[in-house]
Design a protein. Sequence first.
Length: 109
Amino acid sequence: MKKKTYFYIASIIILVIVLVGYLLSAKETKKEYTEILNTLEGSECELVAECGDLISINCMAEVDGPFYYVNKNTKKIVSRCGGFCDRAGGCPNACPPVEWSCNPKESKL
């Protein structure tokens, strides 16, 4: 009985350590781009991928929010896509932009 209890406790401790490490690494990635995320129109934005000088950011595009391609050095929006473009005026830029040359497997964060 005691060995089983120790096994469960050790398993829970390992799980908590792994989970905390994962959450801390996710926050570190976002810290680098916090300034960019705070300037974008849309709620619940998350970094999706990185390709060269560009990052892609999804602000709930699946429910008509914007999807951005942003130059991480200049912090300027290069292109805007998603349901957001269905509004008057639309989105005149190409999506993804010409500068986005990575295939999906190469561009993950």
